[in-house]
Design a binder for this molecule. Structure first.
Ligand code: ADP
Ligand code: GLC
Length: 519
């Protein structure tokens, strides 16, 4: 992967030679090489890229934003760890033959560089260091985080920069805390990366709830000067905060919805970092995530019982019936099905739902839940499904196919999130005419608008206070609308006509990249 010589174009230029007067001058063609501006080259470092690894929306974003950028003529390079899911996932992997020697503390760790492809020609590089990444899960087992996560993602972030040296990009965009140190190392130790001195940096926050916090005794792993371990740099209440490093050292910070970009400046939602977001306001942008409609489209979805579209809705009925069968609930088209596909964490509102669920299930409805996460919620909701087995189905699993079946077959999707940087499932469900019932926060606020049966406007149902009664009242409004066939038909059409394709968001990223590289 040697850097290519600059592309040149041949431009014909008319030149007039000085000749004797009165003689007619013949124009002569002189060939002059004019360097053509190289395409914008964005290298993205991320701990997840679908389909190679996905634990949530981050994987989806990295699986589709690069392709949307590629369609806009941007050159994209992707870099992620070679987890077991990559090594054994049946992907076509090429060994580049390149071996990296990465400083971690006082040692050097060896890593191999594997390569695959996504989109039409987007290279994906994998850092293969089996001691760190050949494990069952990316970050944690059901019993908790891997104890060497600091070391694992120090190695990954250093390795990212070694890969960039091979073909220096215009911009490094690092995603979430696992990649944040690549920005820090580049900016704090430019002498180690002279090839990358023109490279600008973007740091993207997908979820402030995960910051990569480690005790100070891990500092030696980073090979950074102790002078950076201060509250104005990487220190956070005596611990090392990887994400904070990304926030401080990047040229631009992005997050995944305009509302979340505002919310993180408040003490309530800033997870202790709101001061930094406030200070960096001129360089903080919220760009809403998009949906990959090649994957999430009821007209082409390979996982669902029968395909459907806004003008042919019969398939949706079959999808609902299949869902009721899967969860062994009565196959009744008139009973509304409320679905959830989610990580089972307090972020997603499961503490609220825990309090509300019995009252919720006293209504005439069916409830299905697919998710993995906190043991406490796995156990609680499994018990709920035993107790209310005639109207509840709970599956504790990570199951791509079932997630599509729920989003297609349910009538409503519930997302009572405490906070939600963007949220993708509500965007997906709109396309399937599955009406979102959400809490007004972050990206949910930016995508879902309360339905008004008088004007026929709106695409879902929204509540604000994080409390049981507003949640139940909002479900009741949704149930009332479901009972009114005409209103529901309008609502479904509104939902299905929503367009949150990546193309629009990718255009906004492109404008940002152009501004940044013009500086
Ligand atoms: P987050 O990234 O916070 O988990 P998002 O709504 O952005 O939330 O994205 C979640 C993604 O993960 C969606 O693609 C959703 O379908 C998927 N997902 C979540 N839980 C599961 C599960 N148990 N099985 C399959 N897919 C899941
Ligand atoms: C995070 C957020 C989610 C967002 C996703 C992708 O995990 O919780 O709201 O959609 O990242 O950006």
């Amino acid at each position: 992967m040697k850097p290519k010589p600059p592309v040149t174009t041949i431009r014909a230029k008319k030149a007039v030679e000085k000749t004797a007067p009165r003689r007619r001058v013949q124009p002569k063609v002189v060939v002059e090489a004019v360097p053509e501006a190289p395409p914008l080259h964005i290298a993205m470092a991320s701990p997840e890229i679908a389909p190679f690894a996905k634990t949530g929306g981050l994987g989806d974003v990295l699986g589709s934003l690069p392709q949307a950028l590629e369609r806009l003529g941007v050159k994209v390079t992707l870099i992620m760890p070679a987890y077991r899911s990559v090594l054994r996932g049946g992907f076509e992997l090429e060994d580049t033959g390149i071996r990296l020697s990465i400083p971690v503390s006082t040692r050097r760790e060896e890593a191999a560089l594997l390569k695959s492809k996504t989109g039409s020609a987007i290279p994906v590089y994998f850092i293969k260091a089996d001691r760190y990444f050949d494990r069952e899960y990316p970050y944690s087992t059901p019993d908790g985080d891997y104890l060497d996560n600091a070391e694992r993602f120090v190695l990954f972030s250093r390795a990212v920069l070694e890969v960039l040296k091979l073909d220096p990009p215009s911009i490094l965009q690092a995603h979430d805390w696992q990649s944040a140190l690549s920005v820090v190392f580049l900016k704090a130790q430019p002498h180690l990366y002279p090839e990358l001195s023109p490279t600008k940096t973007v740091f993207t926050v997908h979820n402030l709830g995960f910051q990569g916090l480690f005790w100070h005794l891990d500092w030696h792993l980073l090979n950074l000067d102790w002078s950076l371990f201060t509250p104005s740099q990487l220190e956070f209440y005596s611990r090392i905060n990887f994400l904070k490093g990304g926030l401080i050292f990047s040229d631009v910070i992005t997050t995944v919805s305009p509302s979340y970009a505002e919310e993180i400046k408040t003490a309530e939602q800033g997870f202790g970092l709101h001061g930094i977001f406030r200070e960096r306001t001129p360089n903080l942008v919220g760009i809403l995530n998009g949906a990959d409609y090649d994957v999430w489209n009821p007209d082409t979805d390979k996982f669902i019982a029968r395909k459907f579209s806004p003008d042919k809705l019969a398939g949706k009925k079959s999808c609902k019936a299949e869902l009721q069968r899967i969860f062994k609930m009565p196959e009744n088209p008139d009973v509304p099905v409320i679905g959830m596909v989610s990580r089972l964490t307090p972020q997603k509102g499961f503490d609220l739902l825990e309090k509300a669920v019995e009252q919720l299930l006293s209504r005439d409805l069916q409830f299905v839940l697919l998710g993995t996460g906190d043991k406490q919620y796995q156990e609680f909701f499994s018990k709920v499904s035993e107790k209310f087995s005639d109207r509840t189905g709970v599956r504790i699993d990570f199951d791509e196919a079932l997630s599509h079946k729920i989003i297609a077959g349910a009538d409503m999707l519930l997302m009572p999130s405490r906070y939600e940087p963007s949220g993708l499932t509500q965007i997906y469900s709109l396309k399937y005419g599955t009406v979102p019932v959400v809490r007004a926060t972050g990206g949910l606020k930016d995508t879902i608008e309360e339905f008004d049966s008088k004007t026929g406007k709106g695409n879902g149902f929204v509540f604000s206070p994080y409390e049981v009664q507003p949640l139940l009242d909002t479900v009741d409004r949704a149930l009332a609308a479901f009972g009114d066939k005409k209103a529901w038909a309008v609502l479904m059409q509104n939902a299905m006509s929503a367009n949150f394709s990546w193309d629009r968001s990718a255009q906004t990223y492109l404008e940002l990249y152009k501004k940044l590289t013009a500086k």
